[in-house]
Design a protein around this ligand. Sequence first.
Ligand SMILES: Cc1cc2nc3c(=O)[nH]c(=O)nc-3n(C[C@H](O)[C@H](O)[C@H](O)COP(=O)(O)OP(=O)(O)OC[C@H]3O[C@@H](n4cnc5c(N)ncnc54)[C@H](O)[C@@H]3O)c2cc1C
Length: 460
Amino acid sequence: MYDFAIIGSGASGGRMAYELTAGGAKCVLIEAGRAFDRHSFPPGELGYSTQMFWGGGLEVSRDARFGFLRGKCLGGTSVVNQADLDRFDDLAWDDWRDRTGVDFFRTERMDPYYDELDRAIPHGEIPRSYYNRNAELFIQGFDKTGYHWKPIDRAQDDCKLDHGSDCIVCLGGCPRNAKQSTLVNAIPQAQALGLDLECEFDVERVEDRRTEVRLVGRQHGAQRELVARRAILAAGSLGNTALLLRSTDLARRLPALGRNFCCHPQYMTYGVHDEPVDAHKGALQSVQAHDRRLREAGIKIENVFAPPIATAMLLPGVGRAHHAQMRNFRHLACVEVAVRDEPLGTMKLGRGGKLIVDKPLSAADRAKIDEGLKLALATHEHARAKQIIRCDQGFGLHLMGGCPMGTDARTSVVASDFHLHGFDNLIAADSSIFPTAPGINPSFTIMALSLRASRELLAR
Ligand SMILES: Cc1cc2nc3c(=O)[nH]c(=O)nc-3n(C[C@H](O)[C@H](O)[C@H](O)COP(=O)(O)OP(=O)(O)OC[C@H]3O[C@@H](n4cnc5c(N)ncnc54)[C@H](O)[C@@H]3O)c2cc1C
């Protein structure tokens, strides 16, 4: 029998599969999506969106005010993300510790895990000589606002920008294996050590049988069951919450299930320039705001871009007006605003077992969004854009919470030893356990928490 069945192969599941297997445990990694690799990633934005993402490319909140993106493929969202690696600062850890009572939520207790990952995962900054025009315009405009920026540290190993690579294609999987997703940097290494893999296996529910767990789901259209001593729930914020809500015997004993959802609401702004910007060419994302004042205000500003279909969905207007905006695609510079939102979101199951996500914004969230947008628009103005466009469609790429960690079983789902309250066989360390939004890119911390959880499990 397997020691651990790991459900979900993204930032958390892929990392835990490697650490537990390397530590001598017999593991199986279960993934609802397909196993693509650099030779088989579906070409084109439409191809990868429909085949590598949940919901065929986009899921929405109940009121459709937010679009959510999450990967559905071997390697999960780590395959389709932008691989920015950021550590939490004292502000994030202190908030988590104060709210939850979890003592290891502190810089000095978590730094050793980040340090270890720093050594295990190749990463680095884009050299200035490879910044594209979108980045240079951002720097030009942002410098004049009086705030500071810094280059982004990304989990990548030789993007071959000198060969003319356009990193935007990596949003559908990196064809050079330069991006250090778990598909590249954890799962193959774990397989070499004996990890078993089960893809296209959508786990529908989990049953706790005291000395073992039973997973029930569908694989290639047929019913499938699997039994293991313990299950690691690593299906992400929406995935873990849906899975537990469907496991009605478990859900009944977890009163805080579905709470504390947050997503760093994001909004794009565009500046239209006379000369082509070609923001889709070269290094997609190289710099971000780095300023204590913005950090304390809960505002995150990044220099990024989106491929054409996503841009078309975000740009305001319809008909001719929208068409005219899209004709400017090559002339668009982009500044993205995200905010550290309050964890007011909730998830529950609707008809047919579909997950319904409610994502209200508080007055404080709205004020942060307004402030961030003002700064983004000023950045475009300083960069001498001839027209400035503000997109009102919000989206969430950092999906967090639903199974928050904490010491009180009435207000949290996962205890500080990574076990679900009251369950010895069920463990989680992924984005679903975030108690609040940190205001910082989450995946490095998801990996650090997963490394910590793996070490604790192996030490038992
Ligand atoms: C476009 C984009 C860009 C991003 N850029 C960054 C960035 O630069 N830096 C950063 O830190 N973060 C970034 N993120 C967010 C980051 O990638 C995620 O927060 C992180 O991957 C979440 O890790 P996870 O392990 O919790 O879930 P995931 O990585 O989403 O993995 C969950 C896995 O579980 C699988 N699964 C779900 N349900 C089931 C089920 N029932 N049965 C079997 N399998 C299931 C899913 O298919 C998926 O593979 C980005 C996200 C997106 C969408």
